[in-house]
Design a protein around this ligand. Sequence first.
Ligand code: PBG
Length: 331
Amino acid sequence: MTTPLPDIRPRRTRATPAWRRLVAQTRLHARELVLPMFVREGVSEPVPISSMPGVVQHTTDSFKRALHDAADAGIGGVMLFGVPAHKDATGSGADDPDGILNVATRIAAAEVGGDLVVQTDLCLDEFTDHGHCGVLDGAGRVDNDASLERYRAMALAQASAGSALLGLSGMMDGQVRAVRDVLDAHGHHDTAILGYAAKYASALYGPFREAVQSSLEGDRRTYQLDPANAREGEREAAIDVAEGADVVMVKPASLYLDVLSRVAAASPVPVWAYQVSGEYSMIEAAAANGWIDRERAVLESLVSIRRAGADGILTYWAVEAAHLLQDGAGA
Ligand code: PBG
């Protein structure tokens, strides 16, 4: 007896590049990518971040050039992080109008505010000497409600500096409502909020800690989500939406595609994912060893995040990926 020939042949629509391009279900576009950028106070040359090859802490001059490169590449936006020269217990540089992040925001709004959505990280960890995302109480615990007061002050500073979208990444309870209230009370009705709704306590933020010279000892497990919990990620997204978030985030991306897919299925607002520093560095390190094809891995990682349901992606490869897509790669 011979095996019958297959009467269903899914390979037909995979046969040529033209077929594959035509039937690709998930498409990646430059305009849905957001580039995270680091601007460091008091340096005259860009400083490479050794654990993130190709990423630097910018000077204000190199930052300006990179902003125009990003706009020219046609990406959707930039997410700004400041690296201050001095840190203290309350992160006072965060809401100082002359603090590095607010200075960088004014530059970005002036240089590319018409082409890109200028976004800012609204969190204290870059500015505190203990490295936590909030302020500490007498017992050394992160004090939720006292941290909200600091976030409100940061929100006003960032909105006044010209940020169009505030990225609330601190994971304090009630942060979206607290920031929405203070923005509205001061006439910043049009400043939008990105709720880092499902932000997990991940080992993949390691390289970022070098990028912002974090002095954190210990971890963030009392405020970021336990990697074991998917339901809680959905709940956090629902809470952020109820409190007024305009966009919600799942972070990291690649190891949390199930959470992303669940949040995307339920969310009435756009859902973004943050392909974090460790996701970047893992692919860069493997590629540097010749173990994987770098460009293919970069595009595959991004298309997979889109396939899982992300409407937008924060990625350190945003500009490069935009160029690759223009060249027809990934087709
Ligand atoms: C908090 C913040 C972090 C990242 C983005 N915003 C660090 C953290 O929560 O530990 C990490 C991003 C990355 O790893 O690329 N300000």
